[in-house]
Design a protein around this ligand. Structure first.
Ligand SMILES: Nc1nc2c(c(=O)[nH]1)N[C@H]1C(S)=C(S)[C@@H](COP(=O)(O)OP(=O)(O)OC[C@H]3O[C@@H](n4cnc5c(=O)[nH]c(N)nc54)[C@H](O)[C@@H]3O)O[C@H]1N2
Ligand SMILES: Nc1nc2c(c(=O)[nH]1)N[C@H]1C(S)=C(S)[C@@H](COP(=O)(O)OP(=O)(O)OC[C@H]3O[C@@H](n4cnc5c(=O)[nH]c(N)nc54)[C@H](O)[C@@H]3O)O[C@H]1N2
Ligand code: SF4
Ligand SMILES: [Mo]
Length: 739
């Protein structure tokens, strides 16, 4: 209850309850908020939610405290003589607009770039508008977190299925065998699959007599609760998958009639696999041949099985090849497009891949200025940002808009070269809810909204890719109003577009994704759109998605179930390659697979050296939840290097000792935790730390953790070729006791 002064008396306003959904991770759990005036006083899991059914984690349940943090940005700031001063929106937009117009006219559109961070990607409109904003300026330079977590999947899917966003996911609730490779859903709640309550759902596989395997250099929180854990040496998954495929083919387990009817390239694929019997690869993967065979048997005997690889493999050096082989195994064994195997969702837009492909959306065929790396889903790798900014010449980046991201902690070689590059920018604009490490280098900081201040529909993975085992839709209103001078990111982007002269809706993607579906003709300038509120935008999109009015969606505050999956409606119907067949042997991937002999030998030569992997933590989310006091209490106020007892003995350290970790690129010093959860030869270090200089984050700046990305290399030679993925796992390191 709160008491507000009425005319001449006090009126008591009762606290109210409103349902919404969390936008921290892909699970998008239903939440029930208790709101008192402008304050959210409590969050509970929404027990009546149609899918998440009362599931939520500690991060979502404490999000209101992040939202109400005293450190939240409330006014626009401008850096003057190294200090941040308050500035009005009009002036900020005018000055930013003038600078961008000058840069575009002097140096062309590519001189202006943007980095789209992870949190805002869970809202529907801002990512689409950011792409439109840049395209409207004539810039190709959009960077995004995809090159830190998943672009290899987009690159491979474009080749195999004809479109990057066709992403089959396991039908977890019906599968009888699931092989989880490089994912720890107990902590992450998965990726490229909406997976609230992962433990209950994975345990159910075992309860119905099925099998779950975890292939991982670390015995994870998930593996400790269910299934069989199999250690794999970091960044050797492609060899494991090659042997898996080899074994499947050797057993004649391909479903030949299905392959003949719906796929092409099987003979070439067979040749690729020939070279990789399990005996050969076990030497570097560490997976004994009999163990691999046992997994293959379980997979083939199951009535519905899926291999599911995720971030742990994506962040290695062969992610595109690994994902390609995984998809081929699921496809040729008849598990693709069947209940219990892997499914391809419909999303809310009928035939989106076909339609988007026809319009060329997210299918650009160009290469980066530096390193000539291909664009993926119309973005360039974030690991190129420093080079693109620091290397003079035509198309050099001079301005960067950073929306809800913190590249100075999350991108390889951040803080080293990237910090230097950011200082060299003529314009850095950060749109965030906190003044983070990146914002400290900004010329302007614009205060955005927290998820609870924005109305929303499900984000792109769910709306357009449909990676939902149980399809549903939910709309949420904003829960509380803007505070101070914060603005909704949708409006900020529209206002920036107008100020900078971006022909927002003259651009292809925006006219495709927004104008067409919203039944509107091309509109050349942003000005016309400024009268629209985010809610009206969403209303148009909901109608275009054939979801009805927002009013109707609002009447279903716990979500609305959509048509359940039936399987069998993808192959032969929704594959959008030229001939409609699944391509099992894309030419350039087959050619690259030939090069694996060489990398295999290089791995073999270094098989006794230490390799570093990343680790996610229950109470962290990438770099941005360390500013909550409860999340960094006590021994959680730092990250640790996790190490097997045998390796620790060799280095001569025990738990609590401080060690120096060195890679080719940099070094960090931190305390060690000795644990036999780690494989011998692999060490793990959680990312997202290193906040000591962040004076805008009063809690996080007091923590002691170090930035693991000082150890990861950026630049074209160190990124995976097909996708520009940063190599964040499998980094060669040396560890020694710190002085
Ligand atoms: N070594 C290593 N590095 C990694 C990873 C790893 O596993 N290992 N993981 C990678 C992965 S998977 C990802 S996705 C990236 C993430 O990389 P980034 O997206 O660059 O980093 P985040 O920490 O997610 O940054 C979030 C920023 O968004 C702000 N923010 C939060 N909510 C909102 C909002 O609603 N509006 C606005 N305007 N701002 C908001 C936060 O304050 C914070 O400053 O990091 C990657 N980096
Ligand atoms: N609590 C929490 N939840 C999160 C996040 C967070 O920061 N904190 N981040 C969110 C984001 S942005 C994303 S993208 C998702 C990612 O979610 P997932 O894709 O499920 O990935 P992770 O949970 O990071 O699990 C990666 C696993 O790969 C293992 N691994 C590392 N290297 C290798 C390797 O070379 N081979 C194999 N086979 N395994 C390897 C690691 O030990 C780790 O267990 O999580 C999201 N959820
Ligand atoms: S699992 Fe946690 S962080 Fe992810 S959506 Fe659910 S409540 Fe939010
Ligand atoms: Mo991510």
């Amino acid at each position: 209850m709160s008491v507000e002064p009425g005319p001449g008396k006090f009126v008591t306003v009762p606290a109210r309850t409103q349902h919404t959904f969390c936008r921290i991770c892909e699970a998008t759990c239903g939440l029930e908020a208790t709101i008192d005036g402008d304050r959210i006083v409590a969050l509970e899991p929404d027990r009546a939610h149609v899918v998440t059914k009362g599931y939520a984690c500690i991060k979502g349940l404490r999000y209101h405290e992040i939202h109400h943090s005293p450190d939240r940005l409330r006014v626009p700031l401008k850096r003057v003589d190294g200090r941040f001063e308050e500035i009005g929106w009009d002036q900020a937009l005018r000055e930013i607009g003038a600078k961008v117009r000058q840069l575009v006219s002097d140096h062309g559109g590519d001189s202006v770039s943007a980095y789209l961070g992870n949190p805002i990607s869970f809202s529907l409109l801002p990512p689409i508008l950011t792409a439109a904003f840049l395209q409207g300026l004539g810039s190709r330079n959009l960077f995004q977190t995809g090159s830190q977590d998943c672009n290899n999947k987009f690159a491979a899917a474009e080749r195999i299925y004809g479109f990057p966003f066709i992403q089959p996911f396991p039908d977890v609730d019906r599968a009888e065998c699931l092989v989880v490779i490089g994912s720890n859903p107990a902590v992450s709640r998965g990726s490229f699959i909406q997976l609230p309550n992962p433990i209950r759902r994975l345990k159910a596989i075992e309860a119905r007599g099925g099998k779950v395997f975890h292939v991982n250099p670390r015995r994870t929180e998930t593996a400790k609760q269910l299934g069989t854990h199999v250690f794999i040496r970091p960044d050797t998954d492609v060899y494991f998958l090659m042997s898996f495929l080899h074994e499947v083919i050797a057993r004649n387990a391909a479903d030949e009639s299905r392959v003949d009817r719906y796929m092409r390239g099987f003979d070439d694929l067979r040749k690729v696999a020939e070279a990789w019997p399990a005996e050969r690869t076990s030497e570097i993967t560490g997976i004994p041949a009999p163990v691999l065979r046992e997994m293959v048997s379980a997979y083939l005997e199951a009535d519905g099985a899926a291999l599911h690889l995720s971030t742990g493999v994506n962040q290695g050096s062969q992610g595109t090849l690994a994902f390609w082989i995984q998809e081929c195994i699921n496809a040729i064994t008849g598990n693709l497009d069947r209940l219990g195997g892997t499914l391809v969702g419909h999303g809310f837009v009928k035939d989106f891949p076909r339609y988007a492909r026809k319009g060329g959306h997210t299918m650009r065929k160009d290469v980066s200025r530096i390193g000539k790396l291909p664009s993926v889903a119309d973005t360039f790798p974030a690991g190129l940002m420093a080079d693109e900014i620091l290397t003079p010449g035509d198309g050099q980046i001079r301005a960067l808009f950073c929306l809800a991201g913190n590249p100075l902690l999350t991108v390889p070689n951040s803080d080293g070269r990237l910090a230097k590059a950011f200082e060299a920018l003529e314009l850095l604009v950060v749109i965030d809810i906190f003044r983070n490490e990146t914002a400290n280098h900004a010329h302007y900081i614009l205060p955005g909204t927290s998820a609870f201040q924005r109305p929303d529909l499900p984000f792109v993975f769910q709306s357009l890719m449909g990676v939902q085992p149980i399809p549903y839709v939910q709309y949420t209103d904003a829960l509380v109003p803007l505070d101070g001078e914060q603005r909704d990111e949708t409006m900020i982007l529209l206002q920036l577009a107008r100020a900078c002269g971006s022909k927002l809706f003259g651009s292809r993607i925006a006219s495709g994704i927004l104008s067409t579906w919203m039944g509107l003709r091309r509109v050349p300038v942003a000005g016309r759109w400024l009268g629209l509120t985010p809610k009206r935008f969403l209303a148009s999109m909901a109608r275009a998605f054939r979801l009805g009015s927002l009013g109707a969606l609002r009447k279903e505050p716990h979500g609305r179930l959509l048509q359940p999956h039936e399987g069998g409606d993808f192959l032969g119907r929704r594959v959008v390659t030229e001939d409609g067949l699944v391509d099992l042997a894309p030419g350039d991937l087959v050619a690259a697979a030939r090069g694996l002999d060489e990398t295999f030998e290089a791995e073999r030569a270094r098989r006794h050296e230490l390799k570093l992997i990343s680790k996610r933590e229950q109470h962290s989310h990438n770099s941005w939840l360390h500013n909550h006091p409860r999340f960094v209490e006590g021994r959680r106020s730092t990250n640790y290097l996790y190490m097997n007892p045998e390796d620790a003995r060799r280095v001569g350290v025990d738990s609590g000792a401080r060690v120096e970790v060195r890679s080719r690129v940099g070094s960090v010093t931190l305390p060690v935790q000795v644990t036999d959860d780690m494989m011998v030869g692999a060490v793990a270090l959680p990312h997202g730390w290193g906040h000591q200089g962040a004076d805008g984050l009063s809690v996080a700046s007091q923590t002691e953790g170090v930035n693991v990305n000082l150890l990861a290399a950026d630049g074209p030679d160190d990124l995976e070729y097909f996708s520009g993925m940063a190599k964040l796992n499998g980094i060669w390191v040396e560890v020694s006791p710190a002085e």
